[in-house]
Ligand binder design. Structure first.
Ligand SMILES: Nc1ncnc2c1ncn2[C@@H]1O[C@H](COP(=O)(O)OP(=O)(O)OP(=O)(O)O)[C@@H](O)[C@H]1O
Ligand SMILES: [Mg+2]
Length: 257
């Protein structure tokens, strides 16, 4: 187990809990998707993990240690990188400069160079456009740059908040493929929040549905894709055609309140 949230309670205002007891886990090497309606607390879960918000109760176990409430820079140093919602690259700086910014916390020069080479090797598009200003990249390319930047700290876990938001469908697919590539080629564990539930679930191993600050459903991503309740709420009302469903998909577990 790489990450485990146990009964995490957190909120922004005293006495108002946004997360009301969240339990979830991500195994080493897994790609896990978190879906749920607006305001359910999905982004708040990511903020609690990366240390931007201090939980009032519960534990966040990362690689055996409870990191709940640690400073964000210390959590980053442990190997948890977050790719936030929207665009976070510096538009007036080049691709290369943006990648170097990602490694500001890495003091070892040789290590920085190795990370840079690895990122360019993995993402040829960034190597080709290394001298281009980030602001001149397409939305999808900027997202890939942000992923590259997060990779510069050599993370073990990457957190994504709605990576496809605002992207044209083709660009969104490219970004999803890039995230899958992180898992398959770099062995990185991923926890991703996604509104585009269909595409998000399609690349994921497992998923959770968060509602009103609690995890309501969990299961293999394929099972959630085929679940009528999930389909109605998050996939536009229809399940996949029956010939696309597989018989050996394990059932979705209803989480007890
Ligand atoms: N900085 C903040 N201060 C106070 N309340 C906040 C803050 N950020 C979020 N909230 C509240 O916390 C709740 C959960 O917000 P959160 O952003 O985690 O939801 P979400 O599931 O990510 O929703 P969305 O799908 O819209 O991104 C909402 O009611 C929101 O209004
Ligand atoms: Mg959000």
């Amino acid at each position: 187990m790489l990450l485990e949230l146990k009964n995490v309670v957190a909120g922004y205002l005293r006495g108002v809990n946004v997360l009301r007891g969240v339990n979830l886990h991500v195994k080493r090497g897994e790609l896990v998707c978190l879906i749920g309606p607006n305001g359910a607390g999905k982004s708040t879960v990511l903020r609690a993990i990366s240390g931007l918000l201090k939980p009032s109760q519960g534990e966040i176990i990362f690689d055996g240690d409870n990191i709940a409430g640690l400073r964000p820079d210390l959590i980053l140093r442990r190997g948890i990188a977050q790719v936030p919602q929207g665009h976070s690259s510096f538009p007036a700086m080049t691709v290369h400069e943006n990648l170097l910014m990602g490694a500001y916390s890495v003091s070892d020069r040789a290590e920085r160079r190795r990370s840079l080479e690895q990122v360019y090797e993995m993402f040829g598009m960034l190597a080709e456009r290394r001298e281009a200003k980030a602001g001149n990249l397409s939305g999808g390319q900027q997202k890939v740059l942000e992923i590259g930047r997060a990779l510069m700290i050599n993370p073990r876990l990457m957190l994504f908040d709605e990576p496809s938001l605002g992207l044209a469908p083709k660009m969104a697919q490219m970004v999803f493929q890039t995230i899958k590539q992180l898992q398959n080629e770099a062995g990185i564990t991923v926890l991703m929040v996604e509104q585009n539930a269909k595409s998000g679930l399609a690349i994921s191993d497992r998923a959770y549905v968060l509602e009103l600050g609690r995890d309501r459903l969990e299961g293999p991503a394929q099972a959630l894709l085929n679940d009528p309740k999930v389909a109605q709420l998050y996939l536009g009302g229809t399940t996949l055609d029956s010939d696309e469903q597989s018989d050996d998909v394990p059932a979705v577990a209803e989480v007890e309140a």
